[in-house]
Design a protein around this ligand. Structure first.
Ligand code: MG
Length: 280
């Protein structure tokens, strides 16, 4: 049906505007921008039902029998489902569709819009002591290229292959988070990266962040190699040190609950979506 619409659209464009409306570039016919945009929308319409058809409606892993994947995702985001090791195998298509189908970006945009509205309403002390804590993975940078090749979280975590990916320094930016990052700098609030990445990954992490357009952060705090503390203990300890050094943590954003739990959390916390993995 959508393919037929696409053909009709192209035929209408040729008949209404004549050959003059078409450009020849490099031997290929190029559609006028408006037609191209409409065709792109239709291509998405064609693809969406295919992805939807692949999406399992019902989970089938252990205690998830009979639970739809959207309910599973909500339980994960609300921190009702905790300590899970992998995405249910039957939800791979659902999670892939969520991450790539526009829903993930839309949910992230909503979080960041709220964070920016909050930041814009803050009365700053004028002493440059306000800071905002940013997680890195699935917050400032996206590892989606890795997870797309590894079953969207349905496969057990593999430290060797994941660290090899991190060392490529190729993780793309999460544009919504970067919008917040830049807004905070313009407001006079200093960003601090606080990540579970380890100190030996500092150089590649800095290179990756810079490549993706980040600059002007106040600190980049990485986990000491070999530290056995949980994410909550390590991150809250680092935030405590910031506070003890006289900084006021006005905001804190991450994709894991372990980014935003544990005093001092920050005056306000923001949770980005992440149905791919759980860090306790
Ligand atoms: Mg993260």
């Amino acid at each position: 049906m959508a393919t037929a619409k696409l053909l009709l659209l192209v035929l209408a464009a040729t008949s209404c505007c004549g050959a003059g409306a078409w450009e020849l570039r490099g031997g290929l016919r190029k559609m006028p921008p408006a037609v191209e945009a409409a065709a792109e929308r239709l291509r998405e319409d064609v693809a969406a039902p295919v992805i939807h058809a692949l999406r399992p409606l019902v989970g089938s892993a252990g205690d998830l029998a009979g639970v739809p994947c959207d309910s599973w995702r909500l339980a994960v985001e609300a921190h009702n489902k905790i300590d899970w090791a992998t995405v249910p195998a039957s939800c791979e298509g659902y999670v892939g569709n969520y991450m790539f189908g526009g829903h993930y970006r839309r949910d992230s945009r909503f979080v960041v819009d709220e964070a920016i509205a909050y930041a814009e309403g803050l009365k700053l002390g004028g002493n440059g002591k306000e800071v905002w804590v940013f997680d890195i993975d699935e917050t400032s940078l996206s590892n989606l290229p890795y997870y797309a090749k590894h079953g969207f979280g349905t496969k057990p975590y593999n430290a060797t292959s994941f660290n090899a990916y991190v060392l490529e320094g190729s993780a793309p930016v999460l544009p919504e988070t970067q919008r917040l990052f830049k807004k905070l700098i313009s407001l006079g609030i200093k960003p601090v990266f606080l990540t579970g990445r380890t100190e030996d990954q500092r150089a590649i992490t800095v290179a990756n962040l810079r490549r993706q357009g980040y600059s002007g952060w106040m600190k980049l705090l990485l986990k000491p190699v070999g530290l056995k503390a949980s994410a909550v203990a390590y991150k809250s300890d680092e935030r405590r040190k910031l506070q003890d050094a006289g900084y006021l943590i006005v905001g804190n954003i991450g994709d894991q609950w372990s980014d935003i739990l544990g005093a001092p959390e920050g005056a306000r916390t923001f949770k980005l979506p992440d149905p791919l993995y759980y860090i306790g």
